[in-house]
Write a protein that binds this ligand. Structure first.
Ligand code: NCD
Length: 321
């Protein structure tokens, strides 16, 4: 299988992409460089390369998704793989079949890569141990969402002109909101830290446990105090579906303290980059004026996600453990 022309020489050893915690700085940089090589494919009139021709990728999603599912589907199609879409609802999982049994049955049809999203933390690792094919984690509970972390960091590096070194030394990124329930936060923390960025986590104490200090992050409960010190903010969605009790008095109160409004953004550096993994609760984490304004990199994140997922699929299947 031919790598993109611009792919540098490096031995990629990970048969599965389960989280950014286990990737080294060299791994991250190699993946980003591979993504750079694939970016050009999306600009062609025929948006396809034969890198995964004859391979089968299954999207196995047990949680709702718009961006991630369609991005993986398109990424696999652009690599010329066959793609099978499966959802938890409407599959035999709803009849009581275990994740392992479902996955083994899918694998028995000659599948090469399973892309899995599940509401249980650890589901992707469990799957990787149960099957022989490659597994890519598309979000497991509150644990990790590695391709989201990768596309976020790739977007930052491109915007900052650091897409040759992918070295974030000297840059500060704030991750704001529901840190406790966020797999996006965890993946960003691991990846940003590995590439040398300083990380400030911001949120109400109920959604931001002190234990996150152990991951090397500064912790703050005051967004206004932090805004002037950061180069980018990643605004997280409040994960109502993962909350078992009430973590803040009201949506209005949350928005007043932690929402990025047109007024509040004036406290930030003029070239602050604003990111959000989507879906946005407009008026809660972000005002429409900020989400659609000049500081926003939100749609670039979506575009960059394609090249990142092409790189992820390509690398896991060609891994040399
Ligand atoms: C994230 C997810 O599902 O973890 N969204 C995404 O993948 N684009 C974040 C979220 O749902 O808040």
């Amino acid at each position: 299988m031919t790598p993109p022309d611009s792919a540098p020489k490096y031995t990629w050893r990970h048969r599965h992409l389960l989280g950014l915690e286990e990737l080294s700085a060299d791994d991250l940089r190699f993946l980003f460089r591979t993504a750079r090589g694939f970016e050009e494919v999306s600009t062609r009139s025929v948006k396809k390369v034969p890198a995964l021709r004859g391979k089968v990728v299954v999207n196995l999603f047990f949680e709702d998704s718009t961006r991630t599912r369609s991005s993986f589907h398109l990424a696999a199609s652009r690599l010329s793989a066959d793609v099978l879409e499966l959802a938890g609802k409407g599959s035999s999982m709803s009849k009581g079949e275990t994740l392992t049994d479902t996955a083994r049955n899918i694998e028995a049809m000659g599948v090469d890569i399973i892309v899995c999203r599940h509401n249980q933390s650890g589901a992707a690792r469990h799957l990787a141990q149960a099957v022989n094919c490659n597994v890519v984690n598309a979000g497991d509970g509150q644990h990790e969402h590695p391709t989201q972390g990768l596309l976020d960091i790739f977007t930052l590096c491109k915007r900052w002109g650091l897409d040759d070194t992918f070295d974030l030394t000297g840059k500060t990124v704030a991750i704001v909101g529901d840190i406790a329930h966020s797999r996006v936060a965890r993946s960003n923390i691991y990846g940003l830290r590995t590439l040398g960025a300083k990380i400030i986590l911001v949120g109400p104490p109920t959604l931001l446990p002190q234990s996150f200090k152990d991951l090397g992050c500064e912790i703050s409960h005051d967004l206004d105090q932090v805004l002037g010190r950061v180069d980018a903010v990643n605004m997280l969605r409040i994960q109502f579906e993962r909350m078992t009790s009430q973590f803040f008095p009201s949506v209005r109160e949350y928005a007043t303290m932690f929402g990025l409004t047109a007024k509040r953004i004036k406290l930030a550096k003029p070239d602050l980059l604003v990111m959000h993994p989507g879906p946005i609760n407009r008026g809660m984490e972000l005002d429409a004026a900020v989400a659609d304004g000049p500081n926003s990199a939100i749609l670039e994140q979506v575009t960059n996600g394609l090249a990142i997922r092409m790189a992820a699929l390509f690398l896991v299947i060609n891994a040399k453990p």
